[in-house]
Write a protein that binds this ligand. Structure first.
Ligand code: F6P
Ligand code: MN
Length: 337
């Protein structure tokens, strides 16, 4: 039997650059650099209690959340890796209050990078999957044709404008999920060659599902449409849906979304009476995940409109998220109308 040809991330990206003309050399280099940073973070996460990454960092981020040492470290790894490549105008991180323009000692490029350096970081100390989420935008030229000014305003583009989005999951294996606009593809980190190998080409999310993911401890605070949807799922074969549902909640969005990509499902972090705008961040979490899910044939809304059509008002804005198998997402969204 002939051995299967392995497609590595580099080859996958070269094909998108040379044959499909979907990305240019700068964007390819940017994605490769992010992937390299994810490998470094994966190594640190894997050290667990043998490294010095577990536990709190004695600092709070811009959202007032206590940072973990690995939050801070992952942020530094991503900043360090991406500053000098010449392909970025600025970076923004969930862990930093303001965007960071590329230092003037390096050349400036045309892209903007946003990331959640370590998603699900409350799970680090208990050895449950965490990850990195990223989003790439083009820095818009100014009205008078001058080069883009990479201030906060430059970042406030609807998710539809993303030119690439992806996430890494640091789980039993490290997986990198990526879209550059021609579907959603995933790569597994081969620990021997330390390269990402294409293992899940053109992922398709099943349209229907019998599995939901939501933090039910917030149930008493949900709005009626979400309460109705979950009540109907819980009623199972005796209720209006006429079938039983299963529930999963990892509390790491990267792991929950990877499960949805792998076997379908619906993932929800709705707004509630405590989190009035939802809990997840539009720019660092919802937008990249929405693009990845739509590119895999799924849907993503805030209950009212597609996430990707929302006009952002602030870099750290929160948003309600309902994403996954198309028919279920459309059902919940219709309950809101
Ligand atoms: O980044 C926010 C996050 O950690 C997500 O990864 C996850 O889906 C969610 O928060 C978990 O929220 P909760 O602590 O309410 O379960
Ligand atoms: Mn997060």
């Amino acid at each position: 039997m002939p051995t299967m040809r392995r497609v590595h991330l580099t080859q996958f990206l070269i094909e998108r650059q040379r044959d499909k003309k979907l990305i240019n050399a700068d964007l390819r280099l940017l994605i490769e650099t992010i992937a390299r940073a994810c490998k470094a973070i994966s190594t640190r996460v894997n050290k667990g209690a043998l490294g010095d990454g577990l536990g709190g960092a004695a600092t709070r981020n811009v959202h007032g959340e206590v940072q973990k040492k690995l939050d801070v470290l992952s942020n530094e790894i991503l900043l360090e890796a991406n500053e000098w490549g010449g392909n970025l105008a600025a970076l923004a991180s969930e862990e930093m209050e303001n965007p960071r323009p590329i230092p003037t000692r390096y050349p400036r490029g045309e892209y903007l990078l946003l990331f959640d350096p370590l998603d699900g970081s409350s799970n680090i100390d208990v050895n449950i999957s965490v990850g990195t989420i990223f989003s790439v935008l083009r820095c818009p030229k100014l009205a008078d044709g001058r080069d883009c000014d990479p201030d906060e305003k430059a970042f406030l583009q609807p998710g539809r404008s993303q030119v690439a989005a992806g996430f890494a999951v640091y789980g039993p294996t490290t997986v990198l999920v990526l879209t550059v606009g021609d579907g959603t593809h995933a790569f597994t980190l081969d620990r021997e060659s330390f390269t990402f190998v294409l293992t899940h080409g053109d992922i398709r999310i099943p349209q229907d599902t019998e599995e939901f993911a939501i933090n039910t401890s917030n149930m008493r605070r949900w709005e009626p449409p979400v309460k109705r949807y979950i009540d109907e799922c819980l009623a199972g074969s005796d209720g209006p849906r006429g079938k039983d549902f299963n529930m999963r909640w990892v509390a790491s969005m990267v792991a929950d979304v990877f499960r949805v990509l792998s076997r379908g499902g619906i993932f929800m972090y709705p707004r509630d009476s405590k989190n009035k705008d939802g809990r997840l961040r539009l720019m660092y979490e919802a937008n990249p995940m929405a693009l990845i899910v739509e590119q895999a044939g799924g849907a993503a809304t805030d209950g009212r409109a597609p996430i990707l059509d929302l006009q952002p008002k602030g870099l750290h804005q929160r948003v309600a998220v309902i994403l996954g198998s198309r028919n279920e997402v459309e059902r919940v969204t219709s309950y809101h109308k």
